[in-house]
Design a protein around this ligand. Structure first.
Ligand code: ATP
Length: 334
């Protein structure tokens, strides 16, 4: 049972005070009569891995395509590294895609590989077709994941093909790398390793990674910032640590309201017990940091009640449910 109307469950903690990689203002995208994105506004921090999460049809792929310049927006604007994105062609024409500017690479589930080309051929192809190319970086990626250089892509495993596509994307030295669920082919260990390597690349190489995923249970291991879309709108955004510090899970005897001030994101009841996921009041990340203890369970004095931190996957599910778009069959740990 959700106790708050939809607007109250939206939370955007913003990107903090560091540099901004992507700024989206009043962005709308319609396909005919279908609204894929509605009046979206948010900012994403630079040099981080941002998980883009949402149910099927939430607008994740559309958002990535518009941010990359592959699709035109119906209304609103997108800035990447402070420069407006209009369309790929125009971005190239005004030099934004050249060296020294912002370079956006996008990689979807359909890997852009030639079946008969080997990994080495694909890197050669990357070098021919990109003005900026970092062969050493692309080769290092393939070596790190032990991908054979000489075997045609058609005879590599799905996971190895993913690594070749990632190597080509990284070879273009993108300032913004958009990954539209390309890691689905990788096993959980490989996904975590790839995310770890991308995080290191992001920190070292001035790159920002936006990664869309359905794998809510693995979010904590693969990203340090979250953007949750529901029905074409952001409903939760912020650094994962800050978001977690702003929420608490309260359990106690059955009650209509929790014994602590805050916004109820989700309420669950049995005959005898109630459990609330509560967003604690506090407007700034500084407030948030001060409330981490509360999330740890120290401040609830009502008899029979206990407070625990909310696991990230549970937090995401709570917001998706509050917006009415939780993926069917997906439930976080209780
Ligand atoms: N080419 C298109 N023409 C018409 N409608 C489209 C088109 N592409 C996407 N849509 C619609 O736009 C909405 C957002 O789709 P989008 O693919 O961006 O969502 P998504 O979050 O990436 O979904 P999924 O997780 O299933 O891949 C959906 O309602 C979808 O049906």
């Amino acid at each position: 049972m959700n106790q708050d109307p939809e607007p109250d469950v939206c939370l955007d903690l913003g990107p903090g005070n560091g540099p901004i990689a992507v700024e989206v203002r009043e962005l709308t995208k319609r396909y005919g009569r279908v609204w894929a994105l509605r009046d979206c506004g948010f900012r994403l921090p630079a040099h981080r891995i941002i998980a883009l999460v949402g149910a099927n049809g939430a607008g994740k792929s559309t958002l990535m395509s518009v941010v990359s310049g592959l699709l035109p927006a119906t209304a609103g604007s997108v800035l990447v590294d402070g420069r407006p994105v209009t369309s790929r062609r125009r971005a190239r024409a005004d030099g934004a895609a050249g060296d020294g500017g912002s370079r956006v690479a996008i990689l979807g589930q359909d890997k852009p590989l030639y079946r008969d080309f080997s990994a080495a051929d694909m890197l050669r192809f990357g070098r021919w077709t990109n003005r900026v190319w970092d062969q050493r970086r692309a080769l290092a990626w393939l070596a790190r994941f032990e991908v054979p250089l000489d075997r045609p892509c058609a005879r590599l495993s799905g996971g190895q093909r993913t690594q070749v596509a990632l190597a080509v994307a990284l070879g273009t030295r993108p300032t913004l790398l958009l990954l539209d669920e390309p890691l689905a082919d990788l096993d959980p260990v490989a996904r975590t390793e790839v995310a770890g390597e991308l995080l290191a690349e992001a920190a070292d190489g001035g790159m920002t990674v936006v990664l869309s995923t359905h794998v809510v249970a693995e979010l904590a291991g693969i990203s340090d910032h979250l953007l949750l879309l529901a029905g074409g709108r952001p409903v939760l955004a912020g650094g994962t640590e800050e978001l977690l510090a702003r929420h608490v899970r309260l359990s106690g005897p059955r009650a209509e309201r929790p014994p602590l001030a805050g916004t109820v994101v989700r309420a669950r009841h049995t005959d005898r017990q109630s459990t609330f996921t509560v967003r604690l009041p506090g407007a700034t990340p500084a407030d948030t940091a001060g409330r981490a203890d509360a999330a740890g369970g120290a401040r609830v004095t009502a008899p029979g009640w206990s407070a625990r931190p909310v696991p990230l996957d549970d937090l995401v599910i709570s917001y998706l449910r509050a917006s009415g778009t939780a993926p069917l069959g997906l439930e976080a740990a209780a």
